[in-house]
Every structure is written in structure tokens, then in C-alpha cells.
Design a protein around this ligand. Structure first.
Ligand SMILES: [Zn+2]
Length: 210
């Protein structure tokens, strides 16, 4: 699943993973978990993640490769947030086959508004939005009562940086999959209530995969 931060990949991945009964792998979460667990790799990637910069290729590749070798990925998976560079895409080809690259497209205006309003639960990781998906009680998670916070990479300057980095470094990856005939463009300029419109576009592209 390709697309800029804020395109809604996480939401779509969750829905698709339920429909197709295969795991979703949000690579950003793999990074954050490694940082939280203070693993050797986690300590190395911490500074990149908190500044909204890309994690160096070899570190990202190691983490994803390890995850995709687990049993639950053997019948398929939705990978979100990887590959982000040509080097990652080429490395991945050597250890896993990609059937389809879903490319979620949304305007900068839509992306900025979605990202700057996003709040994450410190305890369970649930995601809210101050306007689109507000919690029942401001600042508190509906699911677990945990405190909501704004991730450091969701402050305006970090968002601008992420969109710029995305454009510079990930666009070639989109071209890479397009050349291979694997790319499917998905219009993601929809409101949260219209998520079905995005999912049905995805299903159309996924229906002939084994
Ligand atoms: Zn929570």
C-alpha cells in the first residue's frame, strides 16, 4: 500500500485485512514498537522517526524481512509504509513477491487537514481525529481510557517535512511499480464516512489475485 502520510492507508489496511483474512503490516508501527522496546535497531532508528525522516534502507529492510517470515504472513499480507525507496523495493523482490501495489492518491490540502487533527492513544494505539473521529471525551481514548496525544511527527513542520520527503523519495517507487504493471491508483479524496468508496476501488484490483 503506497501513498503519502495521511492518505488513510492504515484505515484501509485494517478493513482489507479483515475482509481477506491476512495480516496488515504497518511498518511505522514496527518502527515505533522497536523504539518502545528499546531494541538495538530501535535505538538506531529513533532519531529518524521522531524527525519525520525516512529510516535508512538497510534498517527498514531488516525489520520488514523478519516480520514477513512469520507464519501469519504465509498466505498473504497487506504491507503499509514499505517499500519507500527503490533500494527497498528491489531488496524486497528477493525475499517476497508483490502481487499488487495500491497507490492511494489525495491532495495536499486533504492530507494536511487529516494529519494535523490526528490524535493517537498512548496505551492501545487507537487513532482519532479532532473533527472527523472525535473521542467521546476530549483527550481520552474511548476504547481503553488512555490519554490521547499528538505524535511528534504530526506537528505542522514535521508534516510538511514528511510530505516533502515522501514526494522526493517515494515517487520513484510508484514509477517502479507502474513500469512493472503492478500499480493501481486509488482515489482517496473521500471523507471518513465514505471509506467504502475507497475499499471498493481496492477490491476491484484485488479480485483476480491468487
Ligand atoms: Zn486506547
Amino acid at each position: 500500500m503506497l501513498g503519502p502520510p495521511g492518505a488513510g492507508k492504515g484505515t484501509y489496511a485494517e478493513i482489507l485485512s479483515d475482509k481477506y483474512n491476512v495480516p496488515r503490516i504497518p511498518v511505522g508501527d514496527l518502527f515505533r514498537q522497536a523504539i518502545k522496546d528499546e531494541t538495538k535497531l530501535g535505538k538506531k532508528i529513533k532519531k529518524y522517526v521522531s524527525h519525520g525522516d525516512l529510516v535508512p534502507d538497510e534498517m527498514a529492510i531488516d525489520l520488514v524481512k523478519e516480520r514477513l517470515q512469520e507464519d501469519d504472513c504465509q498466505n498473504g499480507f497487506f504491507l503499509d509504509g514499505f517499500p519507500r525507496t527503490i533500494i527497498q523495493a528491489e531488496a524486497m523482490e528477493k525475499f517476497k513477491k508483490i502481487d499488487k501495489a495500491l497507490n492511494f492518491v489525495a491532495s495536499d490540502r486533504v492530507l494536511m487537514s487529516r494529519l494535523s487533527g490526528r490524535r493517537t492513544c498512548r496505551e492501545c494505539g487507537a487513532i482519532y481525529h479532532v473533527e472527523n473521529i472525535p473521542p467521546k471525551v476530549e483527550g481520552i481514548c474511548d476504547r481503553c481510557g488512555g490519554r490521547l496525544y499528538k505524535r511528534s511527527d504530526e506537528k505542522p513542520q514535521a508534516i510538511k517535512n514528511r510530505l516533502r520527503v515522501y514526494r522526493e523519495k517515494t515517487k520513484p517507487v510508484i514509477d517502479y511499480f507502474r513500469k512493472k504493471g503492478l500499480l493501481a491508483d486509488i482515489d482517496a479524496n473521500y471523507r471518513i464516512e465514505e471509506v467504502d468508496k475507497v475499499i471498493s476501488q481496492c477490491e476491484k484490483h484485488l479480485q483476480n489475485l491468487s
